[in-house]
Structures are given as structure tokens and as C-alpha cells.
Design a binder for this molecule. Structure first.
Ligand SMILES: *[C@@H]1O[C@H](CO)[C@@H](O)[C@H](O)[C@H]1NC(C)=O
Ligand SMILES: *[C@@H]1O[C@H](CO)[C@@H](O)[C@H](O)[C@H]1NC(C)=O
Ligand SMILES: *[C@@H]1O[C@H](CO)[C@@H](O)[C@H](O)[C@H]1NC(C)=O
Ligand SMILES: *[C@@H]1O[C@H](CO)[C@@H](O)[C@H](O)[C@H]1NC(C)=O
Length: 507
């Protein structure tokens, strides 16, 4: 009886736990677990800016906002459009006539991503849904005449992916915003009459599980009413149990308040951060939105993307990889190819990524760069460059007689040998496939001229002979016999070794 009462008491106080509209309270909310397990998401920048498809999604600002304007954008407009042509006149050309949400969702699913984040509204203020607060400046009243946010959400959820929405707090040219700004943000006319009604409406209508907030930096969170909104989101909204948010809720919030941290765009910490974070980055290194004049050497190649993903996950982050669709509603095939390539790698190596945890050590770079992740008693060592010897040495793991080493995608355990004293282990690798896939598409440091010719077509990294360890006396007894050939789907650059179990302290 006493036990039962205690239990009931605990239950009541649990469900009654509510968040207060201050950062101490909101920051203490545990992040819903699906997010950390997901690791990979796809980011989509799509809007009226996709129509000019020039410069970047910041085109309007660069052309007519900032002082002085970007001469490249000014010249582009004066050369190609009649005098007086205004930015809103691009909207009717946002046709999205080939937009097939099912096809998009299939590509995202094939990439191995577990969540998708679409720009519901970027800084231009155009909503990709029929917002009643964005009259005539939304995708239902003009352009595609379609609920893009709703249609993509349905297809994405149908593939069991989580659906998130990007929302810009500020709007470059909204008259109410400009008035508040002129008043030093002492008035909140824009927030009360535009931003908040629209944001609450968006959450109730589309139930996003990520709210990727942006455009916060010109004003404090008290101007945006961010803590009041988040308290509602976490206490009373239809997504209160599953929603995650980022950290862009007002000047000074980034890397400090909110849900997970984005810090700045493409943020890459040097060591393991204390707080859950996400790296957002874009296949097109110059833009998040579609650019009609993008060139191959301005895009991240597949090996670079996978290495970036691996580094991010080893450092405890999620990776949000952006593609910019065309105004016709197509994902450029080169982006599709990148996404499917990531998925192919994850089919074999996803075990080391999804729901993994950072390990005791995140990286070592003794012979080749290695990134570590872990899950339970298994440690994953992800090798991001093809070793130039048939072996790879790991200094950090502590082995025991029962340690088993396998290469993901290859069923046979690999022979290994401890290196004394306390210097980890040496693993004998099976023959690795030749992978010419990256040839020619480089976003990589230049190769040293001393690089062995056999490696030239595949290498992310190439070391001098002297960088590699002398083999300890036990190694000649390690034999490749019986190891079998690796699957042809294995990537020679990005191997993943699973070491299980390892004694030693938990992470
Ligand atoms: C924030 O809210 C909590 C819970 O209501 C309260 O205990 C705390 O004093 C508040 N902190 C600040 C700084 O207002
Ligand atoms: C996806 O759609 C199909 C066809 O409408 C339906 O049968 C299926 O249950 C849906 N799957 C999910 C996960 O919603
Ligand atoms: C905005 O915040 C103020 C307190 O700063 C509060 O009185 C008001 O109710 C909030 N409005 C909304 C719509 O959240
Ligand atoms: C590993 O070390 C090499 C040689 O010092 C260096 O060029 C490379 O950038 C390092 N890689 C990583 C991932 O730290």
C-alpha cells in the first residue's frame, strides 16, 4: 500500500512537471532520444530564392538590402531583367511543376537519413504553406499554388522519417519588423501580429518534430518571446513529447540556450562538446539554396561528406546535410547521387553510426586518421584513409584475449596482435577493393608528390613510409589466408572496424 502510494505520488509529480518561460527551466529539458540516435538528417533550402538561383538564398539581401549592395547581384539583375523588376516578381516563376514529394522522400530515405528539415519560411518571408499571416506571399496564393510543407511532410512521414521545419524569426523587408527595428526592438508589433501567430499555427498544423529556428541575431530573445513560445511548445503543443529545437532564439543564445546547439553554420568543434550539437552543412559549398551556375569543383564530393559525417558523429554531433532543389521541384541529380552514396556507405557501416555514442577517445592519427564511436561494449574504429600497408595500427583501444576484431561488411573476424607495451593493436586487413569513384572530383587537400602511384586515384590521405610503424615480431604469423575478399560495396577509404568486447573504463 505504501509502495503504491509512493508510486502514484511520483507519477503525479512527473506528469505535472512543466517548463517555465525562462532559460534555466527550458534548458533543463532532456532532448527526446530519437534525435541523438538519428545522427543524419537532410536539410532543404527551397523558396522564391530558388528562382533567380544565383549567388545564394541571400540573393535578395545582397541585391537590395545590404549597403553597399553586392555589385555582382546588381549587375546580374540590370543585365537580365527589365528596369524596375522587383524580387516578388520571381514568385510566379516558382512553379514546382515536377515536385513529387514521394520521389524526394525516397531519395532521403535512401541516403540513410532519419530526419528531414525543410525551410517553411526563409528570411525573405515567403512561406511554403498557406499561412494566413503571409497574405499573397506564400506557396498557395502564388507560385506553385500548393502546400509544399504539408505535401512533403506526408511523404516523409510515410517513409518513417522524422519531419522538421526551418523557420526564420526575422524577415529582411517586413514593414512591421523594420518598424520594430527602428524602435530599437522596444515594440513587438511584428512578433505579435506576424511571427507568433504564424509559428503557433505552423506547429499545430504540421506537427514538426524539429523546429530549426534562424534569423534571431538582430534582437534579444525577449523581443522574439522565445521562452514563452518554447514553454508552450514543451508543455502544451501537440509535439511536446517528441519535438527538438536548436539554439537560435535571440542574440547571444547560440551555443548557450535551447535544445541542441548549432552554434554557427558549419560549426565543427575541435573536441567533444559537453552538449548535444548538430553540424549543418551544404553539398554546394557556396550556397544552401539552388544555384544555376554551380560547378562540380564547388561541391563536396562523397568521400568528403562521409568523412565529415564520421567526424561529426565521433564528436557527439548530428549531421544535417543540405541540398537546394530547383524552382521546378527537382533535386539536382548530382545531389541525389551524393545522398544515395552516403546511404550505400551507411548500409554497411551504419552500425557504427546510428544510436552510437562518443567513445573515451574520439580520434587518433598515428598512421591513418581514425575516428571512434561506441555502442555497448563495442568500439568502432572508422578509418578514413586507405592504409598503405596491409595493416592498421590503433593505439588507443585496450585489448584482452577475448577481443574480436571485425570489418563491417566482411563476416570473417580479422587477425590482430597486441602491441606492447600499452600500444594498442595491429590489425591485418583483407584485400581492399579499388574504388575509383572519387577520381577527378576533388575538394581535398593537394596530394603530396611523394604519394605512391597506386594510391593516386583513391586517396584522402597519403603518408610517407617512415610514418608507418615497424611491425612487431608477432605479425608474420598473421595471415590473410581465409579472410575472404571484401564485399565490392566496401569503400577502401572508409573502413569500419568493430572491436568487441573491450574491457577498460566506459566512456
Ligand atoms: C525559472 O523558473 C523556475 C521554475 O519555475 C524558477 O524556480 C526559477 O527561479 C526561474 N529562474 C529565473 C532566473 O527566473
Ligand atoms: C505509407 O502509405 C501507404 C499507402 O498509402 C500506407 O499503406 C502506409 O501505411 C504508409 N506508411 C506509413 C509509415 O505511414
Ligand atoms: C510575450 O511575452 C510577454 C512577457 O514578456 C507576455 O506577457 C506575453 O503574453 C507573451 N506573448 C505571447 C504571445 O507569447
Ligand atoms: C592526420 O595527420 C596528417 C599528417 O600529420 C595530417 O595531414 C592530417 O590532416 C591528419 N588528419 C586528421 C583527420 O587529423
Amino acid at each position: 500500500m505504501l509502495l503504491l502510494l509512493l508510486f502514484a505520488g511520483a507519477f503525479v509529480s512527473q506528469t505535472a512537471a512543466r517548463y517555465t518561460a525562462n532559460w534555466t527551466s527550458l534548458d533543463a529539458r532532456p532532448l527526446p532520444s530519437w534525435y541523438d540516435e538519428a545522427k543524419l538528417g537532410i536539410f532543404i533550402h527551397w523558396g522564391v530564392f530558388s528562382v533567380p538561383g544565383f549567388d545564394s538564398e541571400w540573393f535578395w539581401w545582397h541585391w537590395q538590402g545590404q549597403q553597399p549592395p553586392d555589385q555582382k547581384c546588381v549587375n546580374y539583375m540590370s543585365k537580365n531583367y527589365p528596369p524596375g523588376f522587383s524580387y516578388p516578381e520571381f514568385a510566379p516563376q516558382f512553379h514546382a511543376q515536377f515536385f513529387n514529394p514521394g520521389e524526394w522522400a525516397d531519395i532521403f530515405k535512401a541516403s540513410g537519413a532519419k530526419y528531414v528539415v525543410l525551410t517553411a519560411k526563409h528570411h525573405e518571408g515567403f512561406t511554403n504553406w498557406g499561412s494566413p499571416n503571409s497574405w499573397n506571399w506564400n506557396s498557395v496564393d502564388t507560385g506553385p499554388h500548393r502546400d509544399l510543407v504539408g505535401d512533403l511532410g506526408e511523404a516523409v512521414r510515410n517513409r518513417s522519417l522524422h519531419y522538421g521545419l526551418y523557420n526564420s524569426l526575422y524577415e529582411w523587408f517586413h514593414p512591421l519588423y523594420l518598424t520594430d527595428k527602428k524602435n530599437g526592438f522596444k515594440t513587438q508589433t511584428f512578433v505579435m501580429h506576424k511571427l507568433l501567430p504564424e509559428l503557433y499555427n505552423m506547429v499545430v498544423r504540421y506537427r514538426p518534430e524539429v523546429i530549426w529556428s534562424d534569423g534571431d541575431w538582430e534582437a534579444p530573445d525577449t523581443y522574439w518571446n522565445s521562452t514563452q513560445f518554447l514553454a508552450w511548445l514543451y508543455n502544451d503543443s501537440p509535439v511536446k513529447d517528441t519535438v527538438v529545437t536548436n539554439d537560435r532564439w535571440g542574440a547571444g543564445c547560440a551555443c548557450k540556450h535551447g535544445g541542441y546547439y548549432n552554434c554557427e553554420d558549419k560549426y565543427t568543434p575541435g573536441q567533444l562538446p559537453k552538449h548535444k550539437w548538430e553540424k549543418c552543412t551544404s553539398v554546394d559549398t557556396f550556397s544552401w539554396g539552388y544555384r544555376r551556375n554551380m560547378k562540380m569543383n564547388e561541391l563536396m564530393n562523397l568521400a568528403t561528406i562521409i568523412e565529415d559525417l564520421v567526424r561529426t558523429v565521433a564528436l557527439g554531433g548530428n549531421y544535417l546535410l543540405n541540398v537546394g532543389p530547383t524552382p521546378d521541384g527537382m533535386i539536382p541529380p548530382v545531389f541525389e547521387e551524393r545522398l544515395r552514396g552516403v546511404g550505400t556507405w551507411l548500409e554497411i557501416n551504419g552500425e557504427a553510426i546510428y544510436a552510437s555514442n562518443p567513445w573515451r577517445v574520439q580520434t587518433e592519427n598515428t598512421t591513418v586518421p581514425i575516428w571512434y564511436t561506441s555502442k555497448g561494449t563495442t568500439v568502432y574504429a572508422i578509418v578514413t584513409a586507405k592504409p598503405s600497408t596491409p595493416t592498421v595500427q590503433l593505439l588507443e583501444p585496450k585489448t584482452s584475449a577475448s577481443t574480436k576484431v571485425t570489418l563491417l561488411g566482411n563476416s570473417k573476424p580479422l587477425p590482430w596482435s597486441p602491441v606492447y607495451p600499452k600500444a594498442g593493436l595491429i590489425v591485418l586487413l583483407p584485400e581492399l577493393p579499388y574504388t575509383p569513384a572519387m577520381d577527378g572530383l576533388h575538394f581535398l587537400p593537394p596530394r603530396p608528390s611523394s604519394c605512391p602511384p597506386a594510391l593516386l586515384s583513391t586517396m584522402l590521405f597519403c603518408g610517407r613510409d617512415a610514418d608507418f610503424p615497424r611491425l612487431p615480431p608477432t605479425l608474420p604469423s598473421l595471415s590473410r589466408a581465409g579472410l575472404g575478399g571484401p564485399s565490392s560495396r566496401l569503400s577502401a577509404e572508409l573502413l569500419c572496424l568493430a572491436l568487441t568486447p573491450t574491457p577498460g573504463p566506459p566512456p
